[in-house]
Design a protein around this ligand. Structure first.
Ligand code: BES
Ligand code: MN
Ligand code: ZN
Length: 476
């Protein structure tokens, strides 16, 4: 979708106009002329009061058509982004005009662009039918500056790219395939991509990644992305979980838990898409990203409960449950990224069902090596509009990971506190510096379409990572 910034306009002909209505039926600032030209009785009959989530398409006095969208009582980035997402799905036709960026809120343009571009996302690669209501091809955004529009589009497009990767069936997205797709998507940006094949992974002694990969006929790969613009002072290391399908391995998942596991590479997808966006935005910050990609499959050579794996660095691991595989490949990913000596490491992973139990489907968990680090992530998330909540790295639980025969085991044996145990496991491999861990198991997938969210893969964490990079490249 193309979004073009345009000056104030009063004549729209028969092109649909997106206009905002505040709770109580009041026009949102900038939408007055359109809302006033709609007969009040139409709104009454339709029960339209401006509540969040309401959308109604009505004729205007001038022979045109208005797509009215409820914005609720408070005009915030969240309500504006959400309203734009709801509105764009109601537009019929190839073009539309949008008045939502006229509300007097600093940065409203960005929220509107995100809402439009994210809310109109479709994943139709495997549909053979025509899209019955395709998204508009072009939207004229009244009162916006094209520079702001284009900047906001970078983040939204990166989110949609991560959504595409996570929505793609595992059968069509082997580790080597997603690695190639990342390389292709990075072409033309200043992000350099290096792909380690299985032989290289073996030479580098990434024993935990190899262990997880051993059950699959599709070999693992490790994607190394580097963005190092001149003059960058701060260096962020990113690590993403790239499990291209999580069957659980020999500790096999039951079918209902396996259904969504093509998306177990959502953390890796988010990291890759964010690096591409950061490079497109030319942010003055150095980034090194490491994404191990592998299946967690069942096979004669699969890693067994009771086996011991040797990651490239850090404690040896007794694997007692092969379904706790994310932390294994991340141990190696963290080991690799630490070699580059970043100032801060952030990993992103669909790591535990326990994080989903704790915070539900809409909130990701963040753990920080200290509260300043966690606060950085929380700040970035609040500006990006993604929902993040802090959980503690509660040291007393570390004992529960003690192994009888190795340095650490990959499960605790307790049903409780699983997201914290997994984070404590990772902390053994993250080094002594600043580190944050995002567990996106819950919000990596949306179960319904509303606002800027679309049912399916969410692209969670992409915009928070971009925002973090923006923050660290300007203030520290
Ligand atoms: N990929 C899963 C976690 C997950 C669950 C992601 C639901 C998205 C939605 C992870 O590899 C896993 O299987 N974790 C286990 C860990 C357990 C065996 C300690 C879990 O959460 O059950
Ligand atoms: Mn698993
Ligand atoms: Zn997994």
């Amino acid at each position: 979708m193309e979004i073009g910034a345009v000056e104030q306009r009063d004549e729209f002909g028969d092109i649909p106009v997106i206009a905002g209505v505040i709770a109580g039926g009041q026009a949102a600032p900038g939408s007055e002329s359109v809302v006033e030209s709609v007969e009040a009785s139409l709104l009454e009959v339709g029960g339209f009061s401006g509540k969040p989530g309401q959308v109604m398409t009505v004729p205007t006095g001038g022979g045109g058509v208005a797509v009215l969208v409820g914005m609720g009582e408070e005009l915030t980035f969240e309500s504006v982004r959400s309203a734009a997402g709801n509105a764009v799905r109601a537009v019929k036709g190839e073009t539309a005009v949008c008045l939502l960026a006229l509300i007097p809120l600093d940065g409203a343009v960005r929220a509107v662009v995100e809402g439009l571009a994210l809310g109109s996302y479709r994943f139709r690669t495997y549909k053979t039918s025509e899209d019955e209501s395709p998204p508009p091809v072009r939207i004229d955004l009244v009162g916006a500056d094209q520079v702001d529009v284009d900047e906001a589009l970078v983040g939204a497009e990166a989110t949609n790219l991560a959504r595409d990767w996570s929505n793609t069936p595992a059968m069509d997205q082997a580790p080597s395939v997603i690695a190639g797709a990342i390389e292709e998507a990075s072409a033309g940006t200043a992000a350099e991509v290096e792909i380690w094949d299985e032989a290289r992974i073996r030479t580098e002694k990434l024993g935990a990644l190899l262990g997880v990969a051993s059950g699959s006929r599709r070999p693992p790969v490790l994607v190394l992305m580097r963005y190092q613009p001149d003059g960058a002072e701060y260096h962020v290391g990113l690590v993403g979980k790239g499990v291209t399908f999580d069957s659980g391995g020999l500790s096999l998942k039951s079918s209902s838990f396996m259904e969504d596991m093509k998306g177990d590479m959502a953390g890796g997808a988010a990291v890759a898409a964010a690096v591409i966006a950061i490079a497109r935005l030319e942010l003055p910050i150095k980034i090194t990203a490491v994404i191990p990609f592998t299946d967690n499959a069942v096979g004669g050579d699969a890693v067994r409960p009771g086996d011991v794996l040797r990651p490239v660095d850090g404690p040896t691991i007794e694997v007692l449950n092969t379904d706790a595989e994310g932390r294994l490949i991340l141990a190696d990913g963290l080991g690799v990224v630490r070699r580059f000596d970043p100032d801060l490491i952030v990993d992103v992973a669909t790591l535990t069902g326990a994080a989903k139990v704790a915070l539900g489907e809409k909130i990701a968990a963040v753990f920080g090596s200290d509260s300043t680090v966690a606060d950085r992530l929380l700040g970035a998330a609040s500006r990006s509009g993604e929902d993040l909540w802090e959980l503690p790295l509660f040291k007393d639980y570390r004992k529960s990971l003690d192994s009888n025969i190795a340095d650490i085991k990959n499960i605790t044996g307790s049903r409780y506190g699983g997201a914290i145990a997994a984070a404590l496991f990772l902390s053994e491999y993250a080094g002594d510096g600043d580190w944050a861990h995002l567990d996106i198991a819950g919000p990596s997938l949306r179960s319904e379409t509303y606002g800027e969210h679309v049912k399916g893969a969410s692209g969670m964490a992409v915009r928070t990572l971009i925002e973090l990079a923006r923050d660290l490249s300007t203030s520290r």
